[in-house]
Design a protein around this ligand. Structure first.
Ligand SMILES: O=C(O)c1ccccc1N[C@@H]1O[C@H](COP(=O)(O)O)[C@@H](O)[C@H]1O
Length: 212
């Protein structure tokens, strides 16, 4: 069977997370980064992670964390998503299959930074660069650049401003291994519009389950 990732991120509510798991998301993300408007504490992450067990994989998004923080988080979620400037030396302290490494991509020069992670076979997520924020900005990555990265590296997850309005076109053009969406599926930070989420997941599943 074909492997792919459909990740919905920035959940703060258990009931919403369970609904999204039932809609067919493969991964559900929660933000553990105090500067984010979607930040939730460890107790809440544990509660949501437990509730979605068997439905979808749980992912905690962190930005430049301490080693102990990651060790504690990996006790309660399936996967940790490093969304800051973490080095390969730091990331490789943790099991590869339990890691997603995100890169905020400005231009082709950033591909160089991804190379060590690609060579080691990590799942690599690409997001748009923003000066103001580490993520969840709704900004879109240049599709040509995204395609170039996805063509180079088969385990590339596309993110950055994805929604039902652009997903079909981007999937057909970039053909990434996975997709990840957050802010463009929200009513307000941390609260999802479930109709938009459902539409997004349906469109992504149609792509991945067709002979694209
Ligand atoms: O969502 C956040 O607040 C956030 C904070 C810090 C790092 C990452 C964050 N979100 C991730 O950013 C990408 C793109 O999100 P969007 O769809 O453009 O809103 C995604 O992986 C989010 O999980």
């Amino acid at each position: 069977m074909k492997e792919y990732i459909i990740k919905i991120c920035g959940l703060t509510d258990k009931e919403q997370a369970v609904s999204i798991g039932k809609m067919g998301a493969t991964h559900i993300g929660m933000i553990y980064f105090e500067k984010s408007p979607r930040h939730i504490d460890i107790k809440k992450i544990a509660e949501i992670s437990k509730a979605i067990r068997g439905l979808a994989k749980s992912v905690a998004v962190v930005v430049n964390p301490e080693k102990e923080t990651v060790e504690n988080i990996l006790q309660i979620v399936d996967i940790v998503q490093f969304h800051g400037d973490e080095s390969i030396e730091f990331v490789s302290l943790f099991p590869k299959e339990r890691v997603i490494k995100a890169f905020r991509v400005k231009g082709e020069q950033d591909i160089q930074k991804m190379k060590p992670f690609m060579e080691e076979g990590y799942t690599v997520l690409i997001d748009a660069y923003s000066e103001k924020s580490y993520g969840g900005t709704g900004k879109q990555i240049n599709p040509k650049l995204a395609k170039k990265i996805s063509d180079i590296y088969p385990k590339t997850v596309l993110s950055g401003g994805l929604s039902p309005d652009n997903i079909k076109e981007l999937l057909e053009y970039v053909k990434p291994y996975g997709v990840d969406a957050s802010s463009k599926l929200e009513i307000k930070p941390g609260v999802k519009d479930l109709n938009r989420v459902k539409k997004f997941i349906k469109m992504a599943r149609e792509f991945y389950e067709s002979d694209n």
